[in-house]
Design a protein around this ligand. Structure first.
Ligand SMILES: [Zn+2]
Length: 336
């Protein structure tokens, strides 16, 4: 720091920068911050210059927002932009005075009640309800555009919720011997399933369900880690992913596979066909080799052959109907 005149003792000195805990008063309350100040080495007096003042104010506002669970200006702006509304349009919809959002987005601390409304509007479903009652506050064209956007967002939110729920389907089971030492990774499960299905060609559902079992158990046998973290269970048809119905539904709903019905001698069954191109970026080279090996092993084999083969697994013989299958059995898997 250059030398300057001390306002307390009139000496020309080089000030020292210090930080000091201070109660900082704001319009809506007080916070304690670690404030930056200048200290005179001659008299010990302190003062703040403009830059320090600005820094301390910024710190106080930031802390105040955190302590009171207030949205930050960029968060407010992103809620508004998500709906494609201008500051004035959203103010009109909410019945706020026109400059309110402009000041909030420029770091003015918002009213607690306004904050609650904005938090509420993070979910598109709530915006839909708001629009239903306040539609008259917007021009028809703006309202129609918003309505369309809200519908899109509701679909997106539902899908992301579903993904979240599916990601935690095995949440009750601790990561370890029942999950192959990995926590369930929906993306890996989907990509592994699509990859093997693409390689083997369309498969009956009952047969397809055994492919992830073999891939995960083979990976555990070789490397002590499963590929997807899925939990498997002993069902009538063989060892299959626990809660496989949700997983198959998801594959179909997200457009990864197509389900059709194929007739064969003595009945008919659902056939799965991979539609999307698998994304293998998340797998190691060793894991890809395992997926290849498993897909090739059962390629061209009938559902019945595969079922019988899987019924001879120690993992299957040593467990009971609907029991979850420990990866311990991987060491005795019939594939190496
Ligand atoms: Zn001084």
């Amino acid at each position: 720091m250059p030398e300057s005149l001390c306002p307390h003792c009139d000496e020309v000195v080089e000030f020292e920068s210090i930080s000091q805990n201070e109660e900082y008063p704001l319009k809506k309350g007080r916070v304690e911050i670690s404030a930056q100040l200048s200290k005179c080495p001659a008299c010990g007096g302190t003062f703040t210059d403009m830059m320090q003042e600005e820094f301390n104010y910024g710190l106080a506002v930031e802390l105040f927002r955190k302590q009171n669970n207030l949205l930050f200006p960029h968060e407010i702006a992103s809620i508004r932009k998500k709906y494609g509304l201008s500051q004035r349009q959203l103010c009109a919809l909410l019945g706020w005075s026109p400059a309110t959002l402009s000041s909030y987005e420029n770091n003015k601390i918002q009213e607690q009640a306004h904050n609650q409304v904005l938090l509420f509007l993070r979910e598109a479903w709530n915006m839909k309800r708001l629009l239903e009652v306040q539609r008259k506050n917007l021009y028809d064209k703006v309202a129609a555009k918003l309505e369309k956007r809200v519908e899109e967002l509701i679909v997106e939110e539902r899908e992301s919720l579903e993904r979240h729920q599916l990601n935690s389907i095995y949440e009750d089971i601790p990561v370890g011997i029942m999950t192959g030492n990995r926590s369930f990774d929906l993306r890996r499960f989907v990509q592994a399933a699509v990859y093997m299905l693409k390689r083997s060609g369309p498969e009956f559902k009952t047969k397809f369900l055994k492919l992830p079992f073999y891939a995960d158990f083979l990976s555990f046998k070789r490397y002590n880690n499963s590929i997807t973290g899925a939990v498997y269970a002993h069902l009538l048809h063989g060892p299959v992913p626990d809660q496989f119905l949700c997983l198959i539904d998801f594959l179909e709903r997200e457009g990864h596979v197509e389900v059709s019905v194929r007739e064969f001698e003595g009945g008919g069954g659902e056939v799965l066909t991979a539609i999307t191109t698998p994304d293998t970026d998340c797998f190691s080279r060793e894991e890809i080799r395992i997926l290849d090996k498993v897909a090739d092993k059962f390629k061209g084999r009938s559902a019945k052959w595969t079922r019988d083969y899987s019924h001879d697994e120690v993992a299957y013989k040593e467990t009971e109907l609907s029991e979850k299958i420990s990866y311990e059995f991987a060491k005795e898997l019939r594939i190496d």
